[in-house]
Ligand binder design. Structure first.
Ligand code: SAH
Length: 459
């Protein structure tokens, strides 16, 4: 039985994908989730409908909930026969008070499990291109807190590399302690701020100049400090810092992963229509068409959702031919049991129109599945080819408030549809200077040009 149990789960350091599969599955199953400040909202969105999500980091917009209150809440929810998932940044047991919370469970007689996480102590150096150990430098590493209870002195253990957490406010004290412990002033030190996140920065110096360097750079939190010869390896191994940082206001972030660090900030969400009277009339006579054209995965999803809602299914398509604008849309169709008859190599309206030129569409009845507001390129193009083209609107797009973005850390923006360009301009007014813009497909590029955005077609 899963019920009435507390899972103390590490979420990893910041990059959402660094959570473990076990942690991911537990978030999906949880009845109650208690989380700290700075847990990525993408993870919280995995929660099942109706799950109770409680922030104990900055609860009620104020400061952190006192530890005793967190403990009490955890026990209370578990005793209520709930699957309680307690999310903690990095690893739950490394400076995370996971141990203390588990002791409370034992005391209360409530079952608990630990799920380890990727700790920032190792992930931040890893994304900073600094291996904590290396055979040419050191065979050991110590992880130390830069912030001790009751202002106690900072401990400097004997080790080849020392990694400090919770040290930003105390960096002066850390450096002083290192020098007093005999580390030479020329020792290399690095801060990895916001490790594993798109806005990660690595600040480097020596014990002698680091205070000045970090002040100049206006160091941010959270940060991990790495002290020792291994810091020199960054010059060779900086893999993450070299990647392009690409803002994607559209959908399908995984499709573009090979291009760089994808900062996914959806600006619109597709939602059902309020009124399906028009659509239903069309959906009830699908077999009167020669072709059905799908231009997005959303179109596919809402089309079949509505078809099911009125008691119909894939069989309504019968022998009607199906076209998809691209691979992702074709794959979505496959999940509904439909193999496409047409899919252009060039994934765009132009590509699809060229493909239709190869078959005779004169007088053919073609149904275009589309959102309420969208490009007219296909409609016009097929009408020009003398097809009897008709559109069925099955969903609409609404604006959503995206997570904050620091444009100082953005190299490029990739627009994948005209509607995201309009939503972006509505929100930000313009594209920040120095940011290069790419567009997927000619209609998207046309929309960018219309707004005087210097842009190029995504190669
Ligand atoms: N349990 C956590 C650590 C909690 S203590 C873990 O295993 O990572 C909080 C400290 O973690 C911060 O002061 C900072 O030093 C470090 N930290 C957390 N996230 C970080 C990140 N993304 N980049 C750099 N340091 C981070």
């Amino acid at each position: 039985m899963l019920y009435g149990k507390i899972y103390l789960v590490g979420t990893g350091p910041g990059d959402v994908e660094l959570i473990t599969v076990k942690g991911y599955k537990l978030i999906c199953q949880a009845d109650v989730i208690l989380h700290d400040h700075l847990i990525p909202s993408e993870l919280l969105r995995l929660a099942k409908p109706g799950a109770e999500i409680i922030s104990v980091g900055k609860f009620a917009g104020r400061h952190t909930m006192p530890q005793e209150q967190i403990n009490k809440l955890l026990i209370e929810k578990a005793r209520d026969n709930k699957v309680v998932v307690r999310l903690k940044g990095g690893d739950p047991l490394l400076f995370g008070r996971g141990g203390e919370e588990a002791e409370e469970c034992v005391q209360a007689g409530v079952d608990f499990e630990f799920v380890p996480g990727v700790t920032s102590a190792l992930a931040a150096p890893c994304y900073g291109g600094i291996p904590p150990t290396h055979r040419d430098c050191t065979s050991n590493v110590a992880i130390v807190t830069g912030h001790r209870k009751d202002e106690k002195e900072i401990e400097i253990p004997k080790a080849g590399t020392i990694i400090f957490l919770m040290g930003v406010a105390n960096i002066e004290k850390i450096i002083k302690s290192l020098l007093e412990a005999g580390w030479p002033g020329q020792t290399k030190i690095a801060a990895v701020e916001k490790g594993t996140c798109y806005d990660q920065r690595v600040i480097q110096g020596t014990l002698d100049d680091f205070l000045e360097v970090t002040q100049k750079a206006q160091m941010r939190t959270p940060a991990v400090f790495i002290v020792g010869k291994v810091v020199e390896l960054k010059a060779k191994l900086d893999w993450f810092g070299k990647k392009l940082r690409i803002l994607l206001p559209g959908t399908h972030p995984d499709k573009y992963r090979h291009l760089g660090i994808i900062i996914h900030r959806p600006l619109i969400r597709s939602v059902p229509l309020d009124d399906y009277t028009q659509a239903d009339k069309v959906l009830k006579q699908l077999n009167t068409f020669d072709w059905i054209v799908f231009t997005s995965t959303n179109g596919v999803e809402f089309f079949f959702q509505r078809l099911n809602a009125i008691g119909l299914d894939t069989r309504s398509i019968g022998t009607v031919k199906v076209a998809a604008i691209g691979k992702t849309t074709a794959e979505k169709l496959k999940t509904f049991g439909v193999l496409v008859d047409m899919q252009p190599n060039l994934e765009s309206s132009t590509g699809l129109l060229d493909e239709f030129k190869k078959v005779s569409v004169k007088g053919k009845r073609i149904l275009l599945v589309r959102p309420k507001v969208g490009s007219n390129m296909l409609l016009d193009g097929l009408a020009d080819a003398d097809a009897a083209i008709e559109a069925v609107v099955v969903y609409r797009n609404v604006d959503i408030e995206p997570e904050e973005t620091d444009f100082n850390f953005i190299d490029q923006i990739l627009f994948t549809s005209g509607s995201t360009i309009r939503a972006f301009l509505k929100l930000y007014g313009s594209v920040p200077e120095g940011v290069k813009v790419y567009c997927l497909g000619q209609p998207t590029l046309n929309e960018a040009k219309k707004h005087n955005i210097p842009a190029e077609l995504l190669p």
